[in-house]
Ligand binder design. Structure first.
Ligand SMILES: Nc1ncnc2c1ncn2[C@@H]1O[C@H](COP(=O)(O)OP(=O)(O)O)[C@@H](O)[C@H]1O
Ligand SMILES: [Mg+2]
Length: 233
């Protein structure tokens, strides 16, 4: 099969029906705008299993997405969308870039959750955007942005409650949204420890890609621990 897109963590193939795609996970991890890159056997399988289960969880809570069904250990079937080039970040606690940008102590809670937008552009280094930038660049309309905000906050609420039951604190997350040919806004891409920050509720240890970013332990062991608590392995 010829890929229609070869990304940093996944490859997209044309699906079996019109307007569908196969999302196939790789074993690679990248960080710092792909300055840092490595391969971790089993990572793709774990991210796929976790993503599929989380998209199913959201659907069961009334939030549809591009996800249709799991296809194999490393892939799922999805509705093809036109990706809106925004990284939609929801933060329940401060960590990562926001602690440096605004001088907020790591771990400080945000109540209500904080929503940020970044321009999904590797050449520009994914800069932070205000709403007026989004409209000036023509990335989304006011109605589309409102829809994106509502879905992102709803997904955060469902995921946060779910992970709390697994004794995992959902710290923050990055979502991508896309548009279907009839203009519907759908949550897309993946939901995995590559795109979520997850801390063990007791020890506060990272169970996500920060292990790779900050070189603090074994990434696959942590991803497998998340999958184990989710009942997947
Ligand atoms: N349902 C979809 N339809 C079309 N494109 C999608 C869909 N879901 C995700 N994508 C895009 O496919 C790519 C997935 O591969 P990834 O390795 O994450 O790429 P990137 O290097 O751009 O982050 C992303 O660019 C993402 O925006
Ligand atoms: Mg990506």
């Amino acid at each position: 099969m010829t890929p229609i897109y070869d990304g940093k963590a996944k490859t997209l193939f044309a699906g079996p029906h019109p307007h569908t795609v196969i999302v196939a996970f790789k074993d690679t991890a990248t960080a710092g705008n792909a300055q840092k890159r490595a391969t971790f056997p089993h990572k793709g399988t774990l991210c796929n299993a976790i993503s599929c289960k989380l998209f199913e969880l959201l659907a069961a809570h009334g939030l549809p997405s591009h996800y249709i069904r799991k296809l194999s250990d490393q892939s799922f079937l999805a509705h093809q969308v036109q990706i809106i080039p925004l990284e939609v970040v929801v933060r329940n606690r401060a960590t990562g870039s926001i602690t440096k940008r605004l001088g907020i102590p790591r771990g400080q809670p945000f109540q209500p959750p904080l929503l940020e937008f970044f321009y999904k552009s590797d050449p520009l280094g994914d800069p932070l955007l205000c709403e007026s930038h989004i409209f000036a660049l023509g990335l989304a309309t006011q109605n589309e942005l409102r829809e994106i905000q509502e879905q992102a906050l709803q997904a955060n609420k469902t995921l946060r409650e779910y992970f709390a039951e697994l004794r995992i604190d959902l710290i923050d997350m990055k979502f991508e949204f896309g548009k279907t040919p009839n203009g519907q806004i759908l949550l897309a891409d993946e939901i995995s420890p590559d795109t979520l920050r997850l801390w063990d509720a007791q020890t506060k240890e990272s169970l996500d890609k920060d292990i790779f970013r900050e070189e603090k332990g074994d990434l696959v062991t942590a991803y497998r621990e998340v999958a184990r608590r989710m009942g997947l392995v």
